[in-house]
Design a protein around this ligand. Structure first.
Ligand code: PRT
Ligand code: ZN
Length: 214
């Protein structure tokens, strides 16, 4: 059997809690310092340290068997996975926010508006389902500054405390979805009995795996 590969965030909001999950399951491995892959000394498992953005794609392609990542990244990726666990960390919401000076009354008042986001797929899906035509301005970060800079009329971004929105004169008018850290599995890796047993013994906190699909 090939060693099982688990991807977690290398550094950032989910990194330390993801390590805690793996150690809490009994895995023994060194901290990430320079190596991007750490072998567990007590199980046929390798821990791979990555940017969170790459984890859904790698799990989908089978380069990784499992990954711990925000559900927001999973939903934005559009891939279908088996969700093994959801955790109490990384909690946030993908939210639609407008300048506090916005004079609109309802969502439909955003028709024709430009919405800046690093979540173009989730945003497109949300507005298409509502039948509201908007223009997506795909950017790669600092979304909260987009309205002030005249890049967009509204934004869709991750919000946890709301402090950053307030500081930029923005207010939430809708939540696209809530998110938290989840453990995802490649859809076919669990077909292998031996691997399934190892994963079940280590991680399965739910009796029935839940499928996530876009
Ligand atoms: O380097 P890498 O690509 O791996 O990391 P990253 O910088 O892309 O991600 P990171 O570490 O910032 O976030 C990882 C995951 O944490 C996200 O995908 C979410 O699932 C989750 N998470 C939880 C958050 C937040 N809370 C959060 N607040 N991700 C981002 N934010 C941002 C938010 O967009 C805002 O700009 O933090 C800022 C502060 O938020 P407020 O509302 O508390 O002011
Ligand atoms: Zn990232």
């Amino acid at each position: 059997m090939n060693r099982i590969k688990i991807g977690i965030q290398k550094s950032g909001r989910l990194a330390q809690d993801s390590i805690k999950v793996l150690r809490g399951a009994g895995l023994t491995f060194a901290d990430y310092y320079s190596s991007l892959v750490e072998e567990c000394s007590n199980a046929p498992i390798d821990i791979v340290f990555l940017r969170d953005d790459d984890i859904p794609k790698y799990v989908d392609e089978g380069i990784l068997d499992l990954g711990i990542v925000g559900k927001n990244m999973v939903l934005e990726s559009g891939y279908a996975f088996v969700e093994l666990n959801a955790y109490e960390f990384g909690k946030c919401s993908l939210s639609l926010a407008v300048p506090i000076t916005w004079t609109g009354k309802e969502m439909i008042d955003l028709s024709g508006c430009r919405i800046a986001t690093t979540y173009p797929n989730s945003t497109k899906k949300y507005f298409e389902e509502k039948g509201i035509p908007i223009r997506i301005v795909a950017i790669s970060g600092s979304t909260e500054t987009a309205p002030r800079l005249g890049i967009s009329d509204a934004i869709v971004d991750i919000v946890s405390t709301g402090t950053t929105l307030n500081a930029n004169g923005l207010k939430v008018i809708a939540c696209l979805y809530d998110s938290q850290a989840v453990m995802i599995a490649n859809r076919t890796m669990l077909d292998d009995k031996q691997r399934r047993l190892i994963v079940q013994n280590l991680f399965l906190e739910r009796s029935i795996c839940q499928s996530i699909s876009p």
